[in-house]
Design a protein around this ligand. Sequence first.
Ligand code: NAD
Length: 393
Amino acid sequence: MKEINVAMIGQGFMGRSHSNAWSQVAKFFEPPIHPVMHTVFGQPAEKPELFAKKWGWRNAATDWESLVRSPAIGLVDIVTPNFMHSPPARAAIAAGKPVSCEKPIAGTLDEAREMAQAAKKAGVKTAVWFCYRRCPAVALAHQMVKAGEIGDIRHVRAHYLQDWADESVPLVWRFDKSLAGSGAHGDLNAHIIDLIRFVTGQEIAEICGSIAETFIKQRKKMTGGSGGGIGGTQEGSDEMGEVTVDDAVLFLARLSGGAIGSFEAARQATGNQNRNFFEINGTKGAIKFDFERMNELEYYDARSQRRTQGWTTIMCTHGSDHPYVANWWPDAHLIGYEHTFTNQAYDFLLDIAGKTPVVPVPTFEDGYQTQRVLEAALLSAEERRFINLDDVT
Ligand SMILES: NC(=O)c1ccc[n+]([C@@H]2O[C@H](COP(=O)([O-])OP(=O)(O)OC[C@H]3O[C@@H](n4cnc5c(N)ncnc54)[C@H](O)[C@@H]3O)[C@@H](O)[C@H]2O)c1
């Protein structure tokens, strides 16, 4: 059996979800290469040896540079805050190793471009964890559009809305531009930009106006530096610090295939806890997805007879018809958030082995294309003008 030793850099929220994926993938799928959970990197204060023991890593390390270079390591997986994506990714590429990295691919467009170019030049396999591509319902949407079942796409509307970031949440790294790059924008719009690129097969060609807003301009500083977590579980001190990222970004866009679209990311959209949503309207039909009901895809067939026409809820839980499902539970037994990561681990292992993934793996080039759109939307908001994507490279 072929194996690959994985080093994971970081051990927060995504560290847990990726550990789960690496430990599950060869139990539910039959990947051509089996991942060995070799070493996890964490900062000394995080006690990586305890994390390693709990999550099944054989070793723990506190020096990521020598870990990435180590000849024992075959695959590098990066789950640190955005400013800490490029250094380990570039080191892995320089060592000729496959590398997977959390989204957004980087904190800045320059870093994203350098990562994509370096990977292309070195010819290494790369992946960005745009995990929502691997909800069976989203993978089905991709397949339906590709098969022409929706027809020519006219409209896309996508939003990713959360509501966790009220005043009580302290200045975690997600509110610091030097660590995160941007706020809700890079965190949430990155996902829906990738989803729309993936499902429609179209690029975003022009940003036709954008609004970026920061409602809460100061937050309590973290007691021990700029800590992690999404919020809620973190303690702040009495001292206040500046928020340097957006709370919400909205923009309008033209797509390369003629569609027009709207995008919105927000962290204070009360009542929306994790509403990652898109609707796509084509000449033959329409589809809708909402992550809060992630096992379902809504489909409207514009060709069916008017008398009984309407939205159909497809429960995407049938192994013989829906991507990834056959490898999980018997038909109609629902799956959740963590499964999308395991599905992605499987596809990346297929890709590394030179085999075709279930649906395409987002590469560093895809991460860079998404980062161009993020950058263009911020530019549009700042300069109050339309931005042609050809001018943002
Ligand atoms: N795909 C998704 O659905 C999803 C969800 C959440 C987060 N993310 C992405 O995952 C990444 C990590 O987010 P998270 O929620 O796991 O964050 P987190 O704060 O929970 O964990 C971050 C980890 O990185 C470590 N770290 C922080 N600063 C570091 C430094 N200077 N050097 C080395 N290590 C450092 C932390 O100690 C911690 O182990 C981000 O890029 C984020 O955008 C993706």
